[in-house]
Design a binder for this molecule. Sequence first.
Ligand SMILES: NC(=O)c1ccc[n+]([C@@H]2O[C@H](COP(=O)([O-])OP(=O)(O)OC[C@H]3O[C@@H](n4cnc5c(N)ncnc54)[C@H](OP(=O)(O)O)[C@@H]3O)[C@@H](O)[C@H]2O)c1
Length: 278
Amino acid sequence: MRRLFPPFEYPAAPTAPGRREPPSADRPWTLEEIADAYAYPAATAGEAGEAGRPWLRGNMVASLDGAAHHGGRSQPLSSDADMRIFGVLRALADAVVVGAETVRREGYRPARRREAFAARREAAGQGPAPAIAVVSASLDLDFSLPLFTEPLVPTLVLTGAAAPAGRQEAAREAGAVVVHAGEGAEVDPARVPGLLAGHGHTRLLTEGGPRLLGRFAAAGVLDELCLTVSPRITAGNAARILDGPGFETPVEYELASLLEEDGFLFSRYRRPREAVRK
Ligand SMILES: NC(=O)c1ccc[n+]([C@@H]2O[C@H](COP(=O)([O-])OP(=O)(O)OC[C@H]3O[C@@H](n4cnc5c(N)ncnc54)[C@H](OP(=O)(O)O)[C@@H]3O)[C@@H](O)[C@H]2O)c1
């Protein structure tokens, strides 16, 4: 893996005492180095009794021609390095927010504890693995799945107060924590970061899918987008990484970093500082 941008901002750890490689050298990166490169802003941790500020990062992969999946799965667009970064982003997060359709299609399982990140998570005051937070209005989810019955940390179900009461009860019976983020059946995406922060989750990662990501972006709460550009084309009519009504005016993001491995580009974009939520 090599860094294309910024060329010299945060040099990688020395490979031997006293020796630093040029940051753009093409070489394997340790998980630790990837984790350092993708660290959440310090403000998410809070200071001296002050609660941290939530930060919502999205992580998506797209084909060269913009498809967010192939045959209903993102795996055909992915690579080893993409999965490595995917895993690191999970390991850095307090909670992973995901749309119900992605849970249904991709067969989501609970996040697992990874020894490589255990000390880092403990030092950051995090539990052994991120909580998964599923966003759904219908609650048409199989609550007998391990995602709900066997997670290391309870799975959250984000829904509206008027979502089917029996399904809310089924979620609770399975062990999930039901969080109301709207008065109707729908979730108000603007309320999600604050509500999750109230549950102690400020380092937020959303893995989509496109409809949920579109809702977060439209609500102005998508602070950062980690986009993998896969060197594959698919044609067809798969959704782009954001799906939903178009914005009146395109929303600006700034490039924060760009990595490359095997022709895959790993970009990280942030909202300009002045646009980020107060
Ligand atoms: N390229 C990538 O990186 C990537 C990442 C993730 C997923 N994907 C692909 O994307 C596809 C699925 O994405 P998708 O866009 O169809 O669906 P999605 O965003 O994963 O989920 C949509 C569902 O989430 C729930 N939802 C979304 N916004 C909501 C709101 N404001 N309030 C309440 N519920 C809300 C609804 O669930 P209910 O229907 O239960 O009410 C809705 O049907 C899959 O093929 C997957 O492989 C690709």
